[in-house]
Ligand binder design. Structure first.
Ligand code: NDP
Length: 443
């Protein structure tokens, strides 16, 4: 048995109950372990053993009062995974499925994603099993304040700078920022994803979705394919899905689906700007369900995921493991030519193997969804400079960062006639972090 397999087994034995974390480590090791094992610089330093263990994990109780005055208890987490190239950076997720395994997988991915952006950000992730769905604004505020009461002891603008993720948008960031400021008496860039009029960056709400489509466009152009008139299936209807849809329409593609956890809509005429505005209002203001789109625009709503649809391109933008090997086979049968991950780890490792063995263009989230954290990094820079850059300035920087990530993936992932973007992203991210870890000694 190869020593990379042995190493994976060691990690599996140590963390046997953390299935999502193990899935992320396996995907990473598949490409990085063979590279490390033949490298004089990296192989003798136990870097892999070190890189898969978080520097620190914080778990805490979050008590809060609901509108009836009843006390509720949730669990809060922050995984401070790796600070070799900068302060820990990564989102907070509020969703009932949140547990340590999910946050460790997200934190682990974040290390290499952040490295790929070229900005000085380490990797971290956090959140809670709190479900904002169906809660009043006051309940969400009381939860956020209690969560920040503890989290504020562990973060800071030069230590750890959280952002949003599933269930954490502008509303939650606002409540948490207000509480941090009150506790510390310090107005500082401790969170990103802030509203523009009190320290946020223009384009941050759009950044992950726009960045995804910039990466997709770069990947297609590199293979002499145009985005114009391509039929795109998108899953999710939250932050990432909305702005991926907007940019894809702008670049001439036809988006035929959006989804949420109850199912997906199929709109054969394509989603246009007016329909998308309806979705953004529905999801961010009314907090409604995507099925309402079908009633509003007279199209069909189905249970499940949209991967059986006839499409040229698939953009999974909802959640982890939402696209499995059966879905991958259906997409290929339907002549899909490219898949780019907007969500984190939406495709299972089995699905990715199928894409790779069929030489389908496949962009892993740590490369293709890095636009969000990239603009978060730009928000940190603007906060430090006490300045705001224009929309055009931020958008140009975002687009250049995505082009550069694509270039790194090609540099480290191209062999013969195929670019293995998973391998390229993993190796490029690893080199940057590993070199910093070596420079900083045995810490
Ligand atoms: P939102 O909370 O804004 O939206 C999430 C969307 O995914 C909703 O439509 C939600 O549906 C759907 N969803 C969530 N859980 C499930 C599930 N178990 N099954 C099916 N659908 C589900 O989150 P974001 O758009 O911010 O995040 C989406 C993904 O993108 C996540 O994987 C996140 O980690 C990743 N990401 C986000 C970044 C960002 O900047 N926001 C940056 C990089 C990655 P419902 O409303 O029914 O729950």
């Amino acid at each position: 048995m190869s020593s990379s397999k042995n190493f994976l087994i060691k990690v599996q034995n140590k963390h046997s109950h953390e299935s999502e974390f193990l899935q992320a480590v396996e995907e990473f090791l598949d490409s990085v372990a063979p590279f490390v094992l033949v490298s004089d610089k990296y192989k003798s330093r136990n870097l892999l053993e070190k890189i898969v263990e978080p520097e620190r994990v914080i778990i805490f109780r979050v008590p809060w009062l609901d509108d009836n005055g009843d006390e509720k208890i949730n669990i809060g987490y922050r995984v401070q995974f790796n600070s070799a190239i900068g302060p820990y950076k990564g989102g907070l997720r509020f969703h009932p499925s949140v547990n340590l395994s999910i946050l460790k997988f997200l934190g682990f991915e974040q290390i290499f994603k952040n490295a790929l952006t070229g900005l000085p950000m380490g990797g971290g992730k956090g959140g809670s099993d709190f479900d904002p769905k169906g809660k009043s604004d006051n309940e969400v505020m009381r939860f956020c304040q209690s969560f920040m009461l503890e989290l504020s002891k562990h973060i800071g603008s030069n230590t750890d700078v959280p952002a949003g993720d599933i269930g954490v948008g502008a509303r939650e960031i606002g409540y948490m920022f207000g509480q941090y400021k009150r506790i510390k008496n310090n107005f500082t860039g401790v969170l990103t994803g802030k509203s523009f009029n009190w320290g946020g960056s223009l384009i941050r709400p759009e950044a992950t979705g726009y960045g995804l489509v910039y990466f997709l466009n770069e990947m297609l152009s590199f293979h002499d394919i145009s985005m114009k008139n391509k039929k795109i299936a998108i899953s999710g209807s939250g932050n990432v899905a909305q702005f991926a849809c907007q940019k894809a329409i702008e670049l001439g593609a036809k988006v035929v689906s959006l989804s949420d956890s109850s199912g997906y809509i199929y709109d054969p005429l394509g989603i246009d700007d007016a329909k998308l505005k309806y979705v953004i209002d529905l999801k961010t203001i009314r907090r409604g369900r995507i099925s309402e789109y079908a009633d509003q625009f007279n199209c069909e709503f189905f249970e499940g995921t949209p991967w059986g649809l006839d499409c040229d391109i698939a953009l999974p933008c909802a959640t982890q493991n939402e696209l499995n090997e059966h879905d991958a086979k259906k997409l290929i049968q339907n002549n899909c030519i490219a898949i780019a991950e907007g969500a984190n780890m939406p495709c299972t490792n089995e699905a990715i193997s199928i894409f790779n063995s069929n030489k389908i263009l496949f962009a892993p989230g740590k490369a293709s969804n890095a636009g969000g954290v990239a603009v978060s990094g730009l928000e940190m820079s603007q906060n430090s400079l006490r300045m705001n850059w224009s929309k055009e300035e931020v958008d140009t920087k975002l687009s250049n960062i995505m082009k550069n990530i694509h270039r790194l993936c090609v540099e480290h992932g191209k062999s013969n006639d195929y670019v293995d973007y998973v391998k390229g992203a993993n190796i490029a991210g690893f080199i940057k972090v590993a070199d910093a870890m070596i420079d900083q000694g045995a810490v």
